[in-house]
Design a protein around this ligand. Structure first.
Ligand code: 1PZ
Length: 215
């Protein structure tokens, strides 16, 4: 796996990417958001093939956003703010039911945005966990509090099964490749407020535009 082969890969690097997401006036750069997600997927893949069905969906969505960025209207996709404005102004979003725009940037990013909330809750649990804490329990609690509310029963079932295959806390910390458990905890303490801010800025933007429930 990449995380094991590449000595430079650390979760620190990935979480740092989210730092570069926010501009001075709190706009979210899509390019960095997407880069952060690619790093998370790389990390997820290093945890084992059980997670590949989850990673695959994330990769599909990341690819859709990259296509928008590289497309002829890419200039409108520089920030999440400009993307939302461009797509809404030009009626490029299915607002109430699935229709002509299954790959709108707005609905695609919303899926990753919801998953970012899961990540935030999970990493916060990891940060405050003890040696005896179970990653599968932390993961499913975080999931039940966030992403699961947007998933059909069959997806919840599959996700729940995958959680049991998560490596234990010690292995998890090792794969992060950040250093001692104390260093991991410190890194998470630094990174979480940044992830949280990116999440909140996006959440507020979506709320203001009434697009938190895109089909
Ligand atoms: C490290 C352990 C990883 C646990 C990840 C916890 C999240 C479980 C999510 C299960 C998703 C299952 C596959 C696909 C679901 C899709 O139906 C939904 C909705 O998309 P739509 O069908 O509307 O197009 N997709 C999502 O909700 C996006 C899920 C992205 C998951 C990314 C996880 C990030 C992990 C980072 C690892 C550190």
């Amino acid at each position: 796996s990449v995380a094991v082969e590449d000595p430079k890969f650390t979760l620190q690097e990935v979480l740092d990417t989210f730092k570069s997401c926010l501009s001075e006036n709190k706009e979210v750069f899509l390019e960095h958001y997407v880069a952060g997600w690619l790093g998370l997927v790389r990390f997820m893949n290093s945890l084992g093939s059980v997670f590949s069905f989850i990673a695959k969906d994330a990769v599909n969505k990341i690819q859709i956003l990259i296509n928008h960025l590289n497309g002829e209207n890419g200039a409108h996709y520089v920030t999440v703010q400009s993307m939302v404005k461009y797509e809404l102004d030009n009626q490029l979003v299915d607002l109430t039911k699935r229709g002509s725009f299954p790959e709108s940037g707005c609905r695609t990013l919303l899926r990753l945005h919801r998953a970012l909330r899961w990540l935030e809750l999970f990493l916060e649990r990891l940060r405050t966990s003890t040696e005896e804490s179970k990653t599968s329990v932390m993961c499913s609690e975080a999931y039940n509090e966030s992403l699961s509310q947007h998933h059909a029963w069959i997806i919840r079932k599959a996700a729940g099964t995958a959680f049991w295959a998560l490596p234990g806390r010690a292995t998890f910390f090792d794969v992060m490749n950040v250093g001692t458990p104390e260093q991991v905890v410190a890194m998470l303490g630094d990174a979480l407020p940044l992830i949280s801010e990116v999440y909140q800025v996006t959440e507020d933007l979506y709320a203001q535009n009434n697009i938190l429930d895109l089909p």
